[in-house]
Ligand binder design. Structure first.
Ligand code: CS2
Ligand code: MG
Length: 425
């Protein structure tokens, strides 16, 4: 082929036809806002004037995703047909030589959410209808109870049950430690992303935790009675042996799930945990693709997969994870902390309403300012969530209000053992 020969002015696949029959993306803009904590939103606008919103928040690495989107993805989106959601997903995933990883997959996820939002608005349908329609009427949700000692934990649990929650994650302080991630002390925030240029450092003691947690959780079960769905998160901190011991010691407590017992990288260790306990295991909030879920699902080493709709490539990819999991009777219980925005929660709920093996949605809740910036159609009532019936995802961002809350660096704490060495987060 002669490189000098004039090329036909071919239209790139996925871009608007010359006839103008299809809508096309005219802008993809990144918005960073901090109404209580930092969020990254992606706004895609089309020639027809439709606006789609995606969430691109990656706690503590927000600006990395913002730059990835702004510098490497937004220019590729302009001119594309927004209706081609799957093709755009394939283009961004397969088209980048450097696949996977939280930054890439959160960026891909944000685009996917915004395009589903546009598809819903273009067709006048809530996204769950486009995914096949509701397979349930509402989505069971769990929230968090936290107390430094057992009486405080029981008070927190009772307050959650008064709000109607039927499933609660219980986290307790550890005698001898000053702070424990996920546990409030003296009314302070319990999963703080401390403002400032560097994370706070905490001391962690696994032996003390393993001595205390089973007793505290047994007290919770005794107080709550048999029906409450009780969950507990070990935050990736145990060895396989420690995890197996914890699972065994909690069998009488009858947990709904025991979460993130070991660091997620070495998945083989879960075989050891599985051999020694029948406690239902949940893992995956830090996973980004179906590939990290594959052997855990097909070997049935877990009962629940926790991938977050944004961090695992959006609705399109979460549906793939769900489809694989369904075959192996593994259920979805997606991550839903306040460090992903209400757009992410909406996307998870639309997926959940239309996905048979979706078991439960985490709902940590948001500050009032966050609800004001992200005005959402989803709602909570009586222990259940519903995505609402607005076209698209049903979340609109108040950009003027968002601009009043500029980004501030904020990080979750890191942990060291008593000898000063770093421990798993
Ligand atoms: C936690 C998260 O919700 C959970 O289960 O593990 O809050 C997690 O610590 C944060 O989302 C990290 O950003
Ligand atoms: Mg967790």
């Amino acid at each position: 082929m002669n490189p000098a020969s004039p090329a036909a002015p071919a239209r790139r696949p996925g871009t608007r036809a010359a006839s103008g029959a299809r809508d096309s993306v005219v802008a993809a803009e990144v918005l960073v806002t901090s109404p209580g904590r930092n969020y990254v939103a992606l706004k895609i606008t089309t020639a027809e004037g439709l606006v789609g919103w995606g969430d691109a928040t990656l706690n503590g690495r927000e600006l990395a995703v913002a730059a990835y989107l702004r510098d490497h993805v937004a220019p590729l989106l302009v001119g594309r047909d927004p209706a081609r959601v799957e093709d755009t997903w394939q283009y961004l995933y397969r088209g980048a030589y450097w696949r996977r990883g939280p930054v890439t997959m959160t960026a891909v996820g944000a685009v996917d959410l915004a395009l589903w939002d546009i598809k819903g608005k273009a067709t006048g349908q809530p996204v769950y209808q486009l995914l096949g329609g509701a397979v349930r009427d509402r989505i069971l949700t769990y929230t968090h109870a936290t107390g430094w000692d057992v009486p405080e934990l029981l008070d927190s649990l009772d307050a959650r049950r008064e709000q109607g929650f039927r499933a609660v994650r219980a986290q307790t302080g550890v005698p001898g430690l000053d702070t424990v991630y996920g546990v409030s002390r003296g009314g302070a925030a319990y999963e703080p992303a401390g403002r400032g240029a560097a994370p706070a450092e905490e001391i962690w003691d696994t032996d003390a935790y393993l001595r205390h947690a089973p007793r505290a959780l047994a007290a919770v079960r005794e107080h709550a009675g048999p029906e409450l769905k009780l969950l507990h998160d070990a935050h990736h901190r145990l060895t396989p042996g420690e995890a197996a011991r914890l699972g065994r010691s909690l069998e009488e407590v009858d947990l709904f799930w025991l979460e993130d017992v070991t660091p997620a990288e070495n998945q083989e260790v879960l075989r050891h945990v599985r051999r020694h306990t029948t406690a239902p295991l949940a893992i995956g909030e830090v996973f980004n693709t179906v590939w990290e879920c594959q052997s855990l699902i097909t070997e049935q080493l877990i009962d629940y997969v926790r991938t977050c709709v944004t961090h695992a490539g959006g609705i399109s990819h979460l549906r793939r994870i769900a489809a694989l999991a369904e075959i192996w009777q593994v259920k979805l219980g997606p991550h839903g902390p306040s460090d992903v925005s209400p757009v992410a929660l909406a996307a998870s709920l639309h997926t959940g309403l239309a996905t048979p093996n979706f078991a439960i949605q985490e709902y940590m809740g948001y500050e009032p300012r966050t609800h004001e910036v992200f005005r959402h159609d989803w709602s909570y009532a009586d222990g259940y969530l519903h995505p609402g019936d607005a076209p698209g995802l049903g979340v609109e961002v108040d950009e003027a209000l968002a601009a009043r809350f500029p980004y501030e660096p904020a990080y979750l704490p890191v942990a060291r053992r008593r000898d000063g060495s770093m421990t798993d987060w």
